[in-house]
Design a protein around this ligand. Sequence first.
Ligand SMILES: *[C@@H]1O[C@H](CO)[C@@H](O)[C@H](O)[C@H]1NC(C)=O
Ligand SMILES: *[C@@H]1O[C@H](CO)[C@@H](O)[C@H](O)[C@H]1NC(C)=O
Ligand SMILES: *[C@@H]1O[C@H](CO)[C@@H](O)[C@H](O)[C@H]1NC(C)=O
Length: 497
Amino acid sequence: MGVVSGGDGSSLRRMFLLLFFFASVVLKWRKADSLACNWGTRSSHPLPADIVIGLLKDNGFDKVKLFEADPKALKALGRSGIQVMVGIPNEFLAPLAASVRAAEQWVLQNVSAYISKNGVDIRYVAVGNEPFLKTYKGMFQQTTFPALQNIQAALIKAGLGRQVKVTVPLNADVYQSSNGLPSGGDFRSDIHDLMVSIVSFLRDNGGPFTINIYPFLSLYADPHFPVDYAFFSGAANPLVDGPVAYTNVFEANYDTLIWALDRNGLGDVAVIVGEIGWPTDGDPNANIDNARRFNQGLFDRIAKRVGSPKRPSAPDIYVFGLVDEDAKSIQPGNFERHWGLFYYDGSVKYPLVLDGGRNLVPAKGVKYLDPQWCVMSPEATLTDPQLPESVSYACQYADCTSLVRGSSCGDLDARGNVSYAFNQFFQVADQQKGACGFGNLSVLTREDPSQGSCRFEVMIDVGRHDTSVNSTAVAGMAPAVGLWLAAATVVLWNSYY
Ligand SMILES: *[C@@H]1O[C@H](CO)[C@@H](O)[C@H](O)[C@H]1NC(C)=O
Ligand SMILES: *[C@@H]1O[C@H](CO)[C@@H](O)[C@H](O)[C@H]1NC(C)=O
Ligand SMILES: *[C@@H]1O[C@H](CO)[C@@H](O)[C@H](O)[C@H]1NC(C)=O
């Protein structure tokens, strides 16, 4: 009896311990934010990597996706506790497809070295970026799969087969629906068999399917798109598919993929949402209110770990993007430079409530150039014949996408327009001597010309941030500006003489 009760006591204790253990695991799991985002670096003045790491950690991002093996970013990510997906740009696909050795070199230099020397927690290699976009007209269709296979083989050879998984971030146009409903989902017919081969390969190697989904682009592409359906707050007319009523395009789109995978016997492959977000400028629908509405809905979903009707388990979701990138191509649209949760300098664009009621916090320790701006001289006239050329020159080198109609600076008057363009050029040229030198059309001011939603920026001081900076590096920047100004003279010369 004594033995039995003793046994009962210890098993009770064990049960308590176990309960406690599970409770703490659950609590820990509940508490731990798992936020993921894309860190793009196509900026004239990228935020210094160590400041970005602080920004990520302060906001609870523990997973990050890079578009290429950027040495500064990777070094800064070493021993940060942040998991990394490192991307291979599309232009590398052909050489990596053609040569196993090239793939081995890529893995040695861009994965193995950072893991062993810098302690970077690399978990995925993203082979290509949306290589099957229709706009590429099949340019990467021959090379993506062989490059993927070569990188996978190289990872195994480097002894990283278990730790690092391969994937291919794809645009949502790799699948379609025969009947407009998620349940009609299948891969696009021109790449159907290729997609089945790639996804089978990913599944066999433990790699996830990575999909980029952009409700904003649905709205941008179709003026008749029901606006409410783009967000997560319910829609007046849900899309009814059998027993399921879809109230947002994200879930409908995501489930179209899950159906496509199912239809091809690949329903068990893991899925990651590689990019999703909402831009804040450069288009009437790209504004602070919409971005906040969309991203708050998104972060709420992430916190609740909800999946979709067809696949209830929540995928990892990499928000696009972390900060604005003023040097991105605007071929897709003027909004392309404004996807950041934060402005280019890591300052907060709009409040967002994260898991556990925390708010977004800005980057710390950012150093700026002098608080001065280049504006149109009060003495200059709008009829000055040099004005149009000067403005178009400034906007050729600096980002003027906030000036288009419906954007944050779209309501400026003509003089404000000119000032904005001049200042953008002046700041992107690091406020160097001569960069506010548009004949006698421009003048410096110490009074912030910002008005309403239109921000006249002061650029961050990359020189003061770069710890390796020396006088030659700073001196080395001057000729670049000199060249720009020389080019300006040529432009003006050509158009006037
Ligand atoms: C590593 O990645 C960088 C950046 O994408 C690239 O420039 C470099 O060529 C890569 N290394 C090799 C050996 O391919
Ligand atoms: C300001 O500049 C933008 C872009 O160049 C142009 O579309 C707009 O018409 C200009 N506004 C005024 C008032 O000049
Ligand atoms: C400065 O402005 C005046 C009057 O607007 C004009 O005649 C002159 O050519 C300008 N000078 C330069 C260097 O552009």
